[in-house]
Design a protein around this ligand. Structure first.
Ligand code: AMP
Length: 320
């Protein structure tokens, strides 16, 4: 699956790694992990990472992006990681590269690059990059392995989602064998600021529920300021509504700096990406993103999600 990308890496002196905006652990992990894999196996290459800041994942080693001029793209290979749509790529200059490639695990939306290696059965893009390292018989160092393991852990819900297989665990084991400091990693993933706890209480106090089983909440820019939260920190609150019995879909409406509203959609058992796609979005079957531009549009999205849950409950038993 990775021969063409491996050959493209071998053929180019400069490789520039892109991923989606507002990076999560998987976007950064695949970017940092691939950088260190290339450097460990092709020490003479120049590898740059570009994109917006690491935000909540700034604890990851080597997560500071490079500032590069447009001229760096001359004759270079650009690889886009963990990104399903062109509009989501952070730093659009990937189009300046001599050749482009993409490694991704999202449901296919559109072709992005000259060479594509996508597989939506993988829990994470980091899992795909780990598989690539194995298929290419690349040597693996703890720096690459830690970054890739972080993405596998975070995008799989700590190895909990249904897409996690024996193969996932075998790749994770290969990474762990290099000596990853998991205590440090999980401390960074789980520790929270006191203000975040206060915000969590606010979300539970102000959440809403629909008739058929959608739970949702909104966070305006004013509330983000009130709790001293960055936009990304406010967006992370989607996880607070996970696991409420009977509420098979949960949504977060987060007012963006540009005034539009980012919607994060999550579900268990039923698919929700078809709702996201109706509202300028897309993503995975049970974890998608969308954007709405008015309260009417937000209400319509909630009604569509409610209808999806109603239909699912009418046709299935044993949901909880
Ligand atoms: P998020 O809630 O932003 O973490 O998004 C969940 C998943 O949906 C991620 O894998 C995103 O890459 C994907 N996603 C978010 N927004 C969009 C969009 N506008 N188009 C396609 N996929 C998206």
């Amino acid at each position: 699956m990775f021969e063409l990308i491996r050959d493209a890496i071998a053929a180019h002196q400069t490789i520039i790694l892109h991923r989606h905006t507002n990076p999560d652990g998987d976007a950064l992990g695949s970017q940092i992990g691939l950088k260190h894999l290339i450097l460990a196996n092709y020490p003479d290459k120049t590898v740059h990472m570009v994109g917006d800041g690491a935000g909540r994942y700034g604890f990851m080693e080597d997560s500071i992006m490079d500032e590069i001029p447009d001229s760096a793209y001359l004759g270079a290979l650009a690889i886009v990681l963990d990104t399903s749509a062109k509009s989501l790529i952070s730093d659009t200059r990937y189009t300046l590269a001599a050749q482009t490639a993409r490694i991704d695990h999202h449901i296919f939306v559109e072709k992005i690059a000259d060479i594509e290696a996508t597989d939506d059965t993988f829990e994470s893009c980091c899992g795909l990059v780990a598989q690539m390292a194995q298929e290419c018989s690349w040597s693996l160092n703890p720096q690459a392995a830690t970054a890739l393991f972080t993405g596998m852990v975070t995008d799989s819900g700590r190895f909990r989602f249904s897409c996690v297989s024996g193969d996932t665990m075998r790749l994770a084991a290969m990474l762990l064998d290099t000596g990853i400091d998991t205590e440090w990693l999980f401390a960074n993933l789980y520790s929270v600021e006191y203000n975040s706890l206060k915000f969590k209480a606010y979300v539970y106090e102000n959440m809403h529920r629909t008739e058929n089983g959608v739970a949702y909440f909104s966070v305006s820019k004013d509330v983000q300021t009130q709790f001293g939260l960055s936009y990304e920190q406010a967006s992370a609150a989607i996880s607070y509504l996970e696991g409420i019995r009977g509420y098979l879909c949960w949504l977060a409406f987060i007012e963006s700096p540009d005034g539009s509203t980012r919607v994060r959609l999550r579900s268990r058992f039923l698919t929700i990406n078809q709702v996201a796609e109706k509202y300028h979005g897309g993503g995975h079957a049970c974890a998608s993103g969308a954007t709405v531009y008015s309260t009417d549009e937000a209400a319509a999205l909630i009604a569509d999600a409610d209808e999806a849950v109603r239909e699912y409950k009418a046709a299935h038993e044993n949901w909880l």
